[in-house]
Ligand binder design. Structure first.
Ligand SMILES: [Zn+2]
Length: 59
């Protein structure tokens, strides 16, 4: 079981994908990506919510 995040699921024309065993491991990695790739230095609560909704569990 793993969680997958695809950057295009939050609306970016971007091929970044990240997989983690734990959902809580996704967010720090996604923060780094959005910072360097999309110039988001501070993630808003709305953005965090989007990220969480876009992080899907794989079976
Ligand atoms: Zn991206």
């Amino acid at each position: 079981m793993a969680y997958t995040f695809k950057c295009k699921d939050i609306g970016y024309d971007c091929s970044f994908e990240f997989k983690a065993q734990l959902k809580k491991d996704l967010l720090p990695r996604i923060r780094i990506h959005t910072k360097y790739a999309h110039n988001i230095f501070e993630m808003s609560p709305e953005m965090q919510k989007k990220v969480e909704d876009a992080s899907k569990e794989e079976k």
